[in-house]
Design a protein around this ligand. Structure first.
Ligand code: PBG
Length: 347
């Protein structure tokens, strides 16, 4: 019950009474504010994305993502140790193959770049959760997320069902290398069921699926496509990724993936889709992840470089908003620096 304000002065013309309802009482000191804080960030909330490339001693900064690197496999043990030391429980790997072809063969090759990376990380830090992105766009010469079929009249389509078979092979190959979780990101219908079936049939029923369930056809992926060298060579991804205008459709997508056996569902991007994160959180009881994508990272870094915003304040505010909206887990390029800030604040 809300206490009523005395209103008598309004009628009598007496001097106004002081307010009795004072939310400011609980904002008075840092300790009080900390005590009533509803949302807190922890390094345990984060998954840190890593881009892995062939070669030796390579640590190439991604121009549109300052502070993020393409790393060769020999760099990964040090990186994994740094991530684990900060209390971040997981990394997600994106591979940049040596050769791209029409079906993305390196994606399911035993000595493919991601398979090597998984083994290197697991050898260095066995307890770190290793997640692999399962999609075809980084591995195909056309840059599409599946098998491309030409149609009459110079048109093309991404063949959903032919793609499912390849995704199953990729997931099994990543599991064989030691991945704990596979994360299909291609928005093919039936991808979770196909991958679950392939994993179980190959004896990997313990490997979990983090599905990019509600992934939008977003302009915020630009810097990632530089980083992973994966832009589509023709056309776009609007025949499989979602229309940013749709919210109810996201709930249908998530419902399907949960029914097919997704262990964790993701909304992507995060910041322009906080309403979707919230709606998914309200409706489903599986863990909800949100991907704070490359363009969201790049905007903060670019504005901070110009001295237009305070990077630390803005970053913490954005990540808190993603969590407050309902995300249990946040995939973010900010993971390491924020984990470091949170750590510094503790002492
Ligand atoms: C697809 C994939 C993409 C991202 C993650 N997985 C790119 C795309 O769908 O075009 C984007 C992540 C980001 O922008 O940070 N393999």
């Amino acid at each position: 019950m809300i206490e009523k304000q005395p209103l008598s002065h309004l009628r009598t013309g007496h001097a106004p009474t002081f307010p009795t309802l004072r939310p400011r009482r609980l904002r008075r000191t840092p300790a009080l504010r900390r005590m009533v804080r509803e949302t807190t960030l922890s390094p345990a909330d984060f998954i840190f994305p890593l881009f892995v490339t062939h070669g030796h001693k390579r640590r190439r900064e991604i121009p549109s993502m300052p502070g993020q690197y393409q790393l060769s496999v020999d760099q990964l043990s040090g990186e994994a140790e740094a991530v684990a030391r900060l209390g971040i429980p997981a990394v997600i790997l994106f591979g940049i193959p040596r050769v791209k072809d029409t079906i993305g063969s390196e994606n399911f090759a035993e000595d493919g770049i991601v398979q090597q990376a998984v083994r290197a990380i697991k050898a260095a830090v066995p307890e770190l959760v290793v997640i692999t992105d399962v999609c075809m766009c980084e591995y195909t010469d056309h840059g599409h997320c599946g098998i491309v079929r030409e149609l009459p009249g110079g048109h093309f389509e991404v063949d959903n069902d032919a793609t499912l078979e390849i995704l199953g092979r990729v997931a099994v190959s990543h599991a064989e290398a030691g991945a704990d979780i596979v994360a299909p990101s291609g928005m093919m219908d039936g991808m979770v069921a196909a991958i679950r079936h392939a994993l179980d049939a190959a004896g990997h029923s313990h490997v979990a699926i983090l599905s990019y369930a509600a992934k939008y056809a977003s302009a915020f992926y630009g810097p990632f496509r530089d980083a992973a060298q994966s832009p589509p060579q023709f056309g776009d991804r609007r025949s499989h990724q979602m229309d940013p205008a749709n919210a109810r459709e996201a709930l249908r997508e998530v419902a399907i993936d949960v029914a097919e056996g997704a262990d964790i569902v993701m909304v992507k991007p995060a910041l322009a889709y906080l309403d979707i994160i919230h709606a998914v959180r309200e409706r489903f009881d599986v863990p909800v992840a949100a991907y704070n994508v490359s363009g969201e990272y790049a905007m903060v870094k670019a504005a901070a470089r110009n001295g237009w915003i305070d990077a630390r304040g803005v970053t913490l505010e954005l990540l808190t908003a993603i969590k407050r909206a309902g995300a249990d887990i946040i995939l973010t390029y900010f993971a390491k620096e924020v984990a470091q800030w949170l750590r510094d604040n503790e002492c």
